[in-house]
Design a protein around this ligand. Structure first.
Ligand code: FAD
Ligand code: ZN
Length: 473
């Protein structure tokens, strides 16, 4: 059990990080203590902002000795309550935001070594400046941090081609619960010397160690992009289109996103300056992007071939191929505008589930009527990363119902959707992690042997339970 923080201990922590490395100012703290969805409001006596790995180590050594809980925070965009302290006021908030140096960018190794507090977009920019690509890309990239991305194994819109955050890491530097520093910043593409320890920390949401830096993979930068917004008759046709694209242009298929009618209608209604690329609104859309480093004309031809053939087979109803970068951006603004449009429209119940690709149409065919039957007044808003089998199957508040009564239906609706996904060998937490929000679900849906092993790992790496307690396990 972690303890209360004494004044003496606060002074020790302040000394460990120096005058620029802490704050107790309520105004500074306020935005960092609220989970972005507004569901969790934490309390802390102190925010620590260490400037280097050694300072993180000092902080953890002090907290470990005194049994004080530490909550690491990146950009606070993960939406499951993982990055904010609890309400009791005895947990230290550890922000990595001052550790935002790029330590190295090696063109010869195709690697970038970055500190945990680097904003994701700044790493993309650094790679671009060398005509290289760091492919992790998500709508929160202007504010989320690489340490947070790695701790949640973030996905984003290019998983289809480049994998999740986990797949982009060669090495890690981690500070353990007792303050010990593990320098695993190896830039090796192949290394089979024992267990792959970095994997433990990737996706562990700050419960096993504090990630302070990482060696990340860089890729050749594609210089040809084809983007198309496609109307399909149903999810089955969308998946057939994915297979047809892959058969035609192979690994060039980089993004493959889905939007339903409600998604499009909400964006058109709630987000200014968004234009409907078609004459009417349709039931199912795919937004796809192909990229390649060479053979731009072949890529364009490939896309046209696939769309024409799919039209012929009735698997595509209509399609617009972006004629400029600007038009492609317009299409992406529709897709990326959905969360904001949902927010503007009212309260939401949000799910990030995944199923095997082959079962996505079946998932939609079952979840939609089941949810509609359970809650006919609510608006279903389904969109997401179709190419990864990962959907946001959300509900929006019926107009006329108050947000409170709507949210009260949450547990029942979540359960309904998770049950369907898990029955189909899917996941109840495909994207945002477990945090505080889905601990019950972890116990409910994962085999006991798996949950027990997680608990054993936790108690081995963090025997006093000071790292982000109350989250995940
Ligand atoms: P935080 O929210 O600050 O922290 C996340 C968790 O990691 C917390 O448990 C925290 O305690 C822990 N943590 C943070 N930093 C460290 C560290 N250095 N060491 C150890 N633990 C740490 N996610 C996706 O996967 N795919 C998407 O497409 C996607 N799109 C999004 C779009 C929007 C608009 C928003 C708001 C979120 C989206 N997310 C998505 C979720 C979110 O952006 C990611 O989970 C992101 O990786 C979180 O990064 P962060 O820096 O904000 O982490
Ligand atoms: Zn998503």
């Amino acid at each position: 059990m972690t303890k209360k923080i004494s004044t003496g201990l606060i002074q020790q922590l302040q000394a460990a990080v120096g005058p620029a490395g802490w704050s107790c100012d309520a105004e500074v703290l306020a935005p960092l203590l609220l989970d972005q969805r507004g569901r969790y409001q934490g309390v802390t006596p102190i925010l620590l902002r260490p400037a280097c790995t050694e300072e993180v180590s000092k902080v953890l050594r002090i907290c470990h000795q005194a049994d004080i809980a530490v909550v690491p925070q990146g950009g606070n965009t993960s939406l499951v309550g993982g990055s904010v302290p609890d309400e009791a006021g005895n947990q230290v908030l550890l922000s990595l935001s001052r550790m935002n140096r790029i330590r190295d960018l090696s063109i010869a190794d195709f690697t970038l070594t970055a500190e945990a507090g680097c904003i994701l977009a700044s790493l993309q920019d650094a790679a671009e400046a060398e005509n290289l690509l760091f492919p992790l890309s998500l709508a929160a990239e202007g504010s989320c941090q690489i340490g947070g991305n790695l701790s949640t194994n973030a996905g984003g819109t290019q998983v289809l081609r480049y994998g999740n955050a986990r797949d982009l890491v060669l090495g890690l530097e981690v500070v353990f619960a007792n303050g010990e520093i593990w320098n695993g910043l190896r830039a090796l593409r192949k290394d089979n010397a024992g267990y792959d320890l970095k994997q433990l920390f990737l996706g562990s949401e700050g419960t096993l160690g504090i990630i302070t830096a990482a060696v990340l993979k860089l890729f050749p930068r594609p210089n040809h992009t084809e983007t198309a917004l496609v109307v399909v008759p149903d999810a089955e046709a969308a998946m057939a289109l994915l297979r047809a694209c892959r058969a035609e242009v192979g690994e060039a298929v980089t993004r493959f996103e889905y939007m339903d009618r409600a998604s499009m209608e909400l964006v058109l209604c709630q987000i200014p300056d968004i234009r409907n690329p078609f004459a009417e609104v349709h039931d199912h859309y795919v937004l796809l992007e192909l990229t390649a480093s060479h053979g731009g004309e072949a890529l364009a031809r490939g896309l046209e071939t696939v769309l024409e053939q799919s039209l012929g087979k009735g698997r595509v109803i209509d399609a617009v191929i972006a004629q400029s970068g600007r038009q492609a951006r317009d299409f992406w603004n529709i897709r990326e505008g959905i969360p904001e449009a949902q927010r503007k429209d009212g309260a939401g119940l949000k799910q990030d589930v995944s199923v095997p690709l082959s079962r996505l149409p079946e998932f939609l065919a079952r979840a939609r009527p089941a949810v509609a039957a359970a809650f006919p007044e609510a608006l279903i808003v389904a969109f997401g990363h179709l190419g990864d089998g990962n959907l946001h199957f959300n509900l929006n508040q019926p107009h006329g119902m108050d947000a409170e009564s709507f949210r009260a239906r949450g547990p029942e609706i979540h359960r309904l959707i998770y049950d369907i996904a898990v029955e189909m060998e899917g996941s109840f937490a495909a994207e945002h992690g477990v945090g505080r929000l889905k601990r019950e679900e972890l116990r409910r849906y994962r085999p006991a042997v798996e949950v027990e092993l997680m608990a054993k790992l936790k108690s081995t790496l963090d025997p006093r339970g000071i790292l982000n307690p109350g989250k995940v396990v």
